[in-house]
Ligand binder design. Structure first.
Ligand code: UD1
Length: 429
């Protein structure tokens, strides 16, 4: 299993290219199941989760072709995928595949909408809490599906097709909103989704679906209205930049010190995080290339942050912010309201000398003058990158084990940081 070795204390200077968003790419790839024509996706990041989803879609009969590099393109350019679900050969998504990546459960919606039936394994446990799918099932039922649980599988049927309906989510759910939109796009009549997730990735997927012939209005707000259509067609769409990768590298620079341009980043996708960095005395300025982040010499100020659905501070940046605040001049508080049990990084940060106390969903972080390198273990995607951030500022050597979590969501991380002056390398095997 690969590990990453970091020697802390180097400042970061230069440019970091921001990749296409993982959390838009996955539902966009899944949306290809809604049409028998080809969906072309540009700016797709090279991530383990994308490869895994290619495998899962392949199992349903989807063909995926990756375009070769064009002249002048480097590894900084995203991939182009040509995805064709001309015929769906299997409407079952098996446990062996779905259990590896939760978002693959979302195939339920397009399979049901297009084929009238789907059998998808329940995703099972996950390192960041229980993460149920009850609201996704409720949404399918509101659109007329009959749903049973059988042998660990969700079996959904709509032999005469789905019909539009009203869906009111009692809790904001990204996956629930994606699946409701996809299913409603091919349902008969109008669907109104209330308390929809407003994440930018929802709007990006809806924009692509509209290019495919869907009639979706209001994506990006909490009320989305969808007029169902009989058929969707092929389209071409470029994935929006990854706001979580952007925020992660912004915090890495804030931690290590230095001056970096995050190329292709879009500030409006992470305004809450930019505001928090401002409160921490980090300089963040939009440029015509992206976002410039700098900290030169000054100390970090502590912050009070509560995670919540977009446009609030994202749970996917909570671990990274906590790593940063371990070096603040004073005491910070971070409250995690989106997921239970999303604090596994705390014990690992403590191994580097961080002082963090947990009380339910609230963490109190007392800044320390210095972290000290140590071997640590990554437990999930965002937790693992928080250990990298801590390692950038820790004295001596930090080894982050179980790097496969990082590879699920960060493209060439050691390369991007290494080119800006970090002492970071991958140790294979
Ligand atoms: C997505 C993101 C993930 C991010 C999360 C919250 C992708 C691929 N993943 O995950 O990176 O951390 O949004 O921003 O986009 N819930 C229920 N019942 C359900 C569904 C969800 O109770 O049926 C709860 C969850 O347990 C959680 C909350 O709703 O407490 C939000 O989860 P949700 O927005 O659905 O997360 P995901 O879509 O799985």
């Amino acid at each position: 299993m690969d590990r990453i070795r970091i020697v802390g204390g180097r400042r970061l200077n230069g440019t970091i290219p921001i990749s296409g968003a993982k959390n838009a790419t996955l539902p966009l790839m899944i949306a290809s199941l809604l049409t028998d024509e080809t969906l072309i996706l540009d700016n797709v990041p090279r991530l383990a989760d994308v490869g895994l989803l290619e495998q899962i879609l392949g199992n349903h009969g989807v063909d995926i072709m990756v375009s070769g590099k064009r002249a002048g393109e480097t590894a900084d350019h995203g991939q182009t995928l040509h995805i064709s679900a001309a015929s769906i050969v299997d409407t079952t998504a098996p446990y062996e595949l779905v259990s590896k990546m939760r978002a693959s459960f979302w195939v339920l919606a397009p399979l049901l909408a297009r084929m009238g039936t789907a059998r998808v394994s329940l995703p099972g446990g996950c390192a960041i809490g229980t993460r149920p799918v009850d609201l996704l099932i409720m949404a399918m039922q509101q659109l007329g599906a009959e749903v049973d649980i059988d042998g660990g599988y969700v079996v959904a049927r709509a032999p005469h097709g789905l019909r539009g309906g009203g869906i009111v989510f009692p809790k904001v759910t990204v996956g629930g909103t994606h699946t409701a939109i996809m299913a409603a796009s091919l349902a008969r009549g109008t669907t109104v989704i209330d308390n929809a997730a407003r994440e930018p990735e929802i709007a990006d997927v809806a924009e692509c679906l509209n290019k495919m012939g869907a009639r979706i209005a209001g994506a990006g707000t909490s009320r989305i209205v969808i007029e169902g259509v009989i058929k969707l067609h092929g389209a071409r769409h470029a994935v929006l930049p990854d706001r979580i990768e952007t925020g992660t590298y912004a915090m890495a620079v804030a931690m290590a010190g230095g001056d970096i341009v995050l190329q292709n980043a879009r500030p409006e996708l992470l305004q809450a995080a930019i505001d928090v960095l401002g409160q921490a005395a980090v300089s963040v300025t939009p440029t015509n290339q992206g976002i410039r982040v700098a900290r030169n010499g000054g100390s970090l100020a502590p912050v009070e942050v509560t995670t919540a659905p977009f446009p609030e501070f994202p749970t996917d940046l909570q671990a990274q912010l906590m790593a940063l605040m371990t070096r603040a001049h004073g005491t910070s508080h971070i409250v995690e309201t989106v997921f239970e049990n999303r604090f596994m990084h705390v014990q690992e940060l403590a191994r580097l000398g961080a002082r963090i106390q947990l009380d339910g969903e609230r963490a109190t972080i007392e800044g320390v003058a210095q972290l000290k390198g140590a071997p640590v273990m990554a437990t999930d995607l965002r937790a693992s990158v928080s250990l990298i951030i801590a390692g950038l500022a820790a004295e001596g050597e930090t080894i982050v084990n179980r790097v496969y979590h990082l590879d699920r969501g960060f493209e060439r991380l050691e390369d991007k940081l290494g080119r800006c002056g970090a002492a970071i390398e991958r140790l294979s095997g």
